[in-house]
Design a protein around this ligand. Structure first.
Ligand code: BGC
Length: 897
């Protein structure tokens, strides 16, 4: 058989946990691959069948022996999230797999490269005990130093395979034979430790040898031992569970598990550590070689057995946090009394790596802030009680390089004090830290302001991934506020591959659900806030839909459907006369009348909480009806719809003013919600849209006039009601309020408040994603025009409909979909438009080409005659075609405006 007889070659085989396929505890993981055309010029390429082989060794796989699973030739076009249906996989097993496909003509491809995943430890196979020290040193000293744990052991052979499973709470760093294991940081991921405790899996085969070996574990406080604020829950003293499984060539096995034979010390170099306050490190206290064999630990105590956290032990099935980028400061400026101010040039999240030479005992301090005061010193008022400072004490005797382990900061500026000598700009490096999801953001346009806004969105998002989606990374908060991610999560899906991240958060959300069905506003519930409002908890309902639309993942809906339904049922109990008077935050952070205010006091700007709660609940019922159909609960679906119908009628009766086409007191948000959730009388939709546009133009002078709630839908509603031009104007204002104003004022991330440069620091973060709303969605789905078809989700069928807006002369963007890269680039020159598209193999697309249908050409001829295209209709100023995969180059003439 010739290689690649088919027009397609399967590449990048992967499980759903792309960069972290170790220790998966889902017994039926799903397998995906991308199809690369052998000739990119071909169109309409599709998979007609696949065969997957899964084997217990690379040798078996190479000889074509799928001893765990041979799917056989399956007639199917599915190439994403194919469920493993092979033999049950034993605890700890590592498996290898590959795939081949048949194309639309039935020609067979070569095999893909090999991929692999491993299974986590079955609960029954855990032999380890939780160890630690349930006290704060002899004098109950505050703060708590990081504990060091170590264990030496003998191996008779060089292992064939060695795997460590470890949960070090709150945070831990594993070392083997003297050096750090893995490249992740701030592990394990955050959870409510009373409900779920995550362990991380490392392959240490190459790190162990025949003879003496040692493991060391540094244990930090994280959010487990979190006694810094009254409102924060704390779970106890740091503790760890660790199991090393060694397999030898001769079939023998060795298990090393945490127990009281491990040694513990509180005299390590990390003297204090707290995520909010920083880390204190005394390099003089580094026990040289503590995680290598041969270290004298006679002065250490035996680790104590401590109680197990009550949460269920589970594998961290999501990407870990890593240092993903290192920034060089743009300048270092002396600032009187020995202080230096370093400017990273970018509001970033993570920490600094320090390079320093000096005498032993010299103490260098690093303090962090997002902005400077007019006198050039750090502005820290908006950090509230977070101390955000690291301290390093030198051991002396050469160049020392250090970075903290168990803290992180949100900052652009660093104040350095106590630095011996004059620090060069290279004395510090900015280490950017977040969940290491694939970064896919790719957008550019002819408007530099829009490109800067895109930059700020991307940095805002990455800075708020801390194994949970946080509100902010700098002040004493950093919580998983649900409301902030409502539709922002859909925006995020164009910037990062967030599938595993949000799947993990869904588990956290369900963990937080009370038996009554109640869902809180913050998850994990480090702050316990159950208000039974509609808007913040509604994110629990929205996220599964986002994962379904953007990734084609129905498992999340299937798995959580009962819990989603339970919350909907719980909230139903608060209905009164068809309205839902349960709201906590209103339209959070609307542009206020006074630039110093955080929240508006002007009744004309405040949308009624009952209006918001009712509108949302109605929209959520429609969404639940959709989910119910996906999971074949048709009775539920009609009940949800029925109730939505009643609420819709009550809402319109209560709030709609037909004479003005406004709702209630006429805020922009009330109109936006009515449009977003279908709450307009059928014959009044156009009037409502027109009135919204008038308000935006007249009352806000073409600026943003909404807060968090309105911002989740505003851009889409303007575009969907024929005002894409207005959406563009609003998005690109340079004056207050708007995203462009932030750029003009020097922001390199997104602010919490539209008036973030003037408002009270009590709640004024420079790095908040909530006001992004659907702005990211607008850039990719509307300006570039790339969006999934909800009927064939996950971009199996793509709708490409660019909105040629404002004075833009080009927009180019791509999206890394489960089927590969979708690209769209349009360019306008006077009345002529060029549109270049790339539709990945094994997908189809409906393409809306802007312009007069008579003028649309593709390649060298009329588009309607072009191979692979089928003209469907002329619609709203577009020529609409059905297309298979391939590259397309359209031209058209735009109608005169
Ligand atoms: C957080 C927000 C959050 C809000 C709700 C703030 O302090 O930073 O992002 O959604 O509180 O009350």
């Amino acid at each position: 058989m010739p290689l690649c007889a088919a027009s397609l070659v399967p590449a990048s085989p992967r499980t759903e946990y792309r960069t972290n396929p170790l220790g998966i505890d889902v017994r039926e993981p799903r397998l995906s691959w991308i199809l690369n055309p052998t000739n990119p010029g071909n169109r309409g390429l599709a998979q007609s069948a696949y065969q997957i082989l899964v084997a217990s060794s690379p040798q078996a796989l190479a000889s074509g022996n799928g001893d765990l699973w041979d799917s056989g030739k399956v007639a199917s076009d599915q190439s994403s999230l194919v469920v493993y249906r092979g033999r049950p996989l034993p605890s700890g097993a590592r498996v290898w797999w590959k795939v081949r496909v048949w194309d639309q003509a039935g020609a067979e491809s070569s095999w893909s490269e090999n991929a692999s995943w491993s299974i986590g430890l079955d609960p029954r196979d855990w032999k380890a005990m939780w160890i630690g020290l349930d006290e704060n040193g002899p004098k109950a000293e505050q703060p708590l130093p990081a504990r060091l744990l170590r264990k030496e052991f003998q191996l008779d052979q060089k292992p064939k395979r060695a795997t460590v499973y470890v949960s070090g709470l709150g945070l831990s760093e594993l070392c083997a034979n003297g050096a750090k294991v893995g490249d992740d940081v701030l592990a394990p991921a955050l959870t409510d430790y009373d409900k779920t405790v995550l362990y991380v899996t490392y392959d240490v085969t190459d790190r162990l040898k025949a003879g003496r070996n040692a493991l060391g574990l540094m244990l930090g406080n994280g959010r487990f031992y979190a006694p810094r604020m009254a409102e924060s829950r704390t779970f106890g003293f740091p503790r760890a569970l660790l199991q090393l499984e060694v397999e030898n060539d001769d079939g023998s096995r060795v298990t090393i598990a945490s127990d009281t034979s491990w040694k513990l010390s509180t005299k390590g170099p990390i003297r204090a550590n707290n995520e909010y306050d920083g880390e204190e490190y005394d390099a003089r206290m580094e026990p040289e070689g503590w995680s290598a064999p041969g270290f004298d630990d006679s002065g250490w105590t035996a680790a104590a057995q401590v109680s197990a956290p009550t949460g269920v032990l589970a594998s961290q099935n999501a990407e870990p946090l890593r240092v993903t980028e290192t920034l060089k400061p743009v300048k270092a400026t002396p600032h009187g009394d020995g202080a230096w101010i370093f400017d990273m040039g970018q509001n970033m999240v993570g920490w600094c790596r320090l390079h320093v030479t000096g005498p032993s005992g010299t103490r260098v301090s690093l303090r962090f802030a997002e902005t400077l005061k007019p006198d050039g010193t750090l502005y820290t008022d908006n950090l509230r009680s977070a101390k955000a400072a690291d301290y390093y004490t030198l051991k002396g005797g050469g160049t020392e390089t250090w970075e903290p382990r168990f803290t992180y900061h949100g900052f652009r500026f660093v104040e350095v004090r106590g630095y011996p000598g004059t620090p060069g700009v290279d004395a510090l490096e900015g280490r950017v830290v977040h969940d290491d999801m694939e970064r896919i953001a790719d957008f550019s346009s002819s408007n530099p302001l829009l490109n800067s806004i895109h930059h700020n969105i991307a940095w805002g998002m990455r800075g708020n991934y801390r194994s949970i989606p946080t509100d902010c990374p700098q002040r004493d908060e950093r919580q998983g506020w649900l409301g902030d991610r409502s539709q922002v999560s859909r925006s995020e899906s164009y910037f990062f591959d967030i599938a595993a991240f949000y799947t993990k958060w869904m588990r956290d959300l369900e963990d937080a659900q009370k038996p009554s069905g109640s869902i809180p506003d913050v998850v994990p519930t480090y702050w316990v806030l159950y208000h039974d409002d509609v808007t913040w908890p509604s994110t629990f309902i929205f996220v599964p839909g986002m994962l379904y639309d953007q990734y084609g993942d129905r498992r999340v809906i299937e798995r959580y459907y009962p819990s989603l339904k339970k919350w909907i049922g719980h909230m139903r109990g608060f209905l009164k006369d068809g309205l839902l008077p349960k709201d906590q935050y209103a339209d959070w952070c609307v542009p206020p009348e006074d630039l110093k205010l955080i929240h508006s006091k002007d009744p004309a700007r405040v949308t009624s909480g009952t209006l918001i709660g009712t509108a949302y609940y109605c929209g959520l019922l429609d969404l639940m009806a959709r989910y119910a159909r996906i999971v074949d609960q048709f009775q539920d679906a009609s009940e949800f719809e029925h109730l939505a119908g009643d609420i819709r009628a009550a809402f319109i009766a209560k709030y709609f003013h037909p004479e003005t086409a406004r709702y209630d007191n006429g805020t922009q948000t009330s109109s936006v919600l009515a449009l977003a959730f279908g709450l307009t009388p059928p014959d009044a939709k156009a009037a409502v849209a027109k009135e919204l546009a008038r308000k935006v133009s007249d009352e806000s002078a073409n600026h943003v006039g909404v807060g968090l709630i309105g911002a989740q839908w505003l851009m889409r509603m303007l575009c969907e009601t024929g005002r894409a031009d207005l959406a563009y104007t609003v998005a690109t204002q340079k004056t207050y309020p708007g995203w462009g104003y932030m750029v003009e004022r020097g922001a390199t991330t997104m602010w919490e408040l539209w008036n973030g440069d003037t408002a009270d620091p009590a709640m004024n973060s420079g790095n908040h994603v909530m006001q992004i709303g659907d702005l990211g969605v607008w850039m990719y789905e509307y300006l570039a025009g790339i969006r999934p078809d909800p009927e064939k989700p996950g971009f199996k069928h793509i709708v490409i409909r660019p909105y040629v807006s404002g004075d833009l002369t080009y927009v180019g963007a791509s999206h890394q979909s489960p089927y590969g890269k979708i690209a769209s680039r349009w360019e306008r020159n006077g009345g002529k438009l060029k549109l270049n598209l790339s539709v990945p193999a094994n997908t189809t697309a409906t393409i809306w080409v802007p312009g007069d249908p008579q003028t649309v050409r593709e390649g060298a001829g009329p588009a309607a005659e072009s191979h692979g295209l089928r003209f469907l209709r002329a619609d709203s100023g577009y020529a609409v075609y059905e297309a298979g995969s391939g590259e397309y180059a359209f031209t058209s003439e735009l109608a005169e405006k």
